[in-house]
Design a protein around this ligand. Structure first.
Ligand SMILES: [Zn+2]
Length: 493
């Protein structure tokens, strides 16, 4: 039997403003869409946190036995500098500044994004579609929305008619806004603005002559509005109504609100059953922003190359740090918080490493079955990873008392304890068992000296096959041995 049948999951649905029992539309299958990055710069740590939250959610759904189709897009066109359909395309601007092709920008930062996510041990999504790969689908949706009377064309651009849509639908239901309030709070339309209402948003923008990213359409050469790609790709790969749509809190309005409007106008049905939003990462108590310099790139943490850090931290420690907060809470990054996470992570790994050596008895003084259920209860409560981690540390305590022979455990309980820890730590939280402390690296010279000694003994015994093997295999690891008058020395490349 699949675990999801015995482990009822609750998720916080942003659309309803409350936790709901999760029931997938099609039994055993989950369709999940998450808004991916706009690839015009290196992925920053705040974005990594959002994607990591959904990686953990993806992992837990899979763990429960669901077959998950996880779609996370790459925005490689159409994302303008501000939300009011104004400004330059972010990718085109970068291309202009660096005098390279827009697709070179896209390639560079897509590779960076994948490299960083791989270091954090993300599972790849099932499909990673691009906006430029779905221009035809986007044009079809625009035609459909125009035909249904919710969009209009003007001077080669097409805009979504928000007031018209709101007459028969509810624009603002996700973000809890009312159109009347939005109207009274916005500036008057500038005279050069061609929209009928400031709330209207672009489905298609006419490309001015200098605009390099352009495609032909029934309305002339142009490019799609940013919100449209997600509607096109989610509908194409997950259907008109799917289970989960995720993204950062900052995307709720206008991006997700517009996605709902487009899908409802085009398909006539609400596109998403559960809307989920991940909260942001702050640094030293302040919002992270490039403009204020309160910003850090993942690589800077992995190398320790940033003034706020006293040392480098491995990706898995950073991942553990992030998993220690609930995905809907604000998380604050600081050197102290990372140091504390590193300590906690090492304790967890030490405990995992100690299980095998524990002696078993005829009876258990520890209730492993109910402890295991507490771990599930935590994750079933809207993926509460911090509570799960508290239970994992309870197991660490048990392992330590078992090591000191102050408690007993049966063989089958020990196996269950180990399997549950492995499942939650590695499969669900996505951590990896890697050395973190520099103390471990300090042992390298001793280990190499030992191998040099063994090689010398092999040579003294004329066992050149073994001595060559030691030298060659160390070389393959980047460690070069050098034989001199005073013995053998080594260098690490
Ligand atoms: Zn999106």
């Amino acid at each position: 039997m699949h675990l999801y049948k015995s482990q009822p999951l609750k998720v916080y649905n942003s659309l309803k403003g409350k936790k709901e029992i999760f029931e997938s539309i099609s039994e055993g299958y989950v369709g999940m869409y998450v808004c991916g990055p706009t690839v015009y710069s290196n992925v920053h740590l705040g974005n990594c946190r959002t994607f990591m939250s959904f990686d953990m959610i993806f992992r837990y759904l899979k763990h429960l036995g669901y077959k998950v189709r996880y779609v996370r897009n790459i925005t490689d066109a159409g994302h303008l500098e501000n939300d009011a359909d104004e400004g330059e395309d972010k990718i085109a601007k970068k291309a202009r500044l660096e005098r390279i092709e827009p697709m070179e920008v896209v390639q560079r930062y897509t590779v960076d994004f994948h490299t960083i996510l791989q270091k954090f041990n993300f599972l790849p999504p099932s499909i990673e579609p691009t906006a430029t790969g779905h221009i035809i689908e986007q044009i079809e949706i625009i035609k459909d929305i125009i035909e249904k009377g919710f969009a209009y064309e003007i001077n080669g651009s097409v805009y979504f008619d928000v007031p018209k849509f709101n007459e028969s639908h509810n624009y603002g239901k996700l973000s809890g806004r009312k159109l009347e309030d939005m109207i009274s709070n916005t500036r008057e339309l500038a005279s050069q603005d061609e929209k009928k209402s400031p709330q209207d948003f672009a489905l298609w923008k006419k490309a001015e002559t200098q605009h390099i990213m352009r495609w032909p359409s029934p309305w002339g050469d142009g490019f799609p509005g940013w919100h449209l790609e997600c509607t096109a790709m989610s509908t194409k790969y997950l259907g008109e109504t799917f289970d989960i749509h995720g993204g950062g809190m900052d995307l709720k309005f206008p991006h997700h609100e517009c996605e709902i409007a487009q899908a409802e106008a085009s398909n006539g049905v609400s596109p998403v059953k559960y809307w989920m939003h991940a909260n942001m990462l702050t640094m030293n108590g302040k919002k992270m922003a490039k403009s204020t310099g309160n910003n850090i790139l993942p690589e800077e943490i992995f190398t320790g190359n940033n003034d706020i850090l006293s040392k480098a931290f491995t990706p898995t420690v950073v991942r553990f740090f992030m998993m220690q907060a609930h995905y809907t809470s604000i998380l604050d990054l600081s050197n102290d918080a990372l140091l504390a996470s590193e300590k906690g992570y090492s304790k967890l790994m030490d405990a995992i490493g100690a299980i095998d050596a524990i002696n078993t008895s005829d009876s258990s003084s520890i209730d492993v079955v109910s402890w295991r259920q507490k771990c599930y209860d935590a994750m079933n409560d809207d993926f509460n990873s911090p509570t799960l981690i508290a239970h994992l540390f309870e197991a660490v305590k048990h392992i330590n008392t078992l090591k000191e022979h102050k408690a007993t455990i049966t063989e089958s309980d020990k196996n269950l304890l180990k399997a549950t820890l492995n499942a939650f730590i590695f499969d669900v939280l996505g951590l990896e068992n890697k050395n973190v402390s520099s103390a471990d690296n300090d042992k390298l010279p001793d280990v190499v000296s030992l191998l040099i000694q063994l090689r010398k003994e092999a040579r003294d015994n004329k066992d050149f096959a073994t001595s060559d093997k030691i030298r060659d295999q160390l070389a393959a690891l980047g460690i070069q041995l050098k034989d001199g008058k005073d013995g053998t020395t080594f260098s690490v490349s």
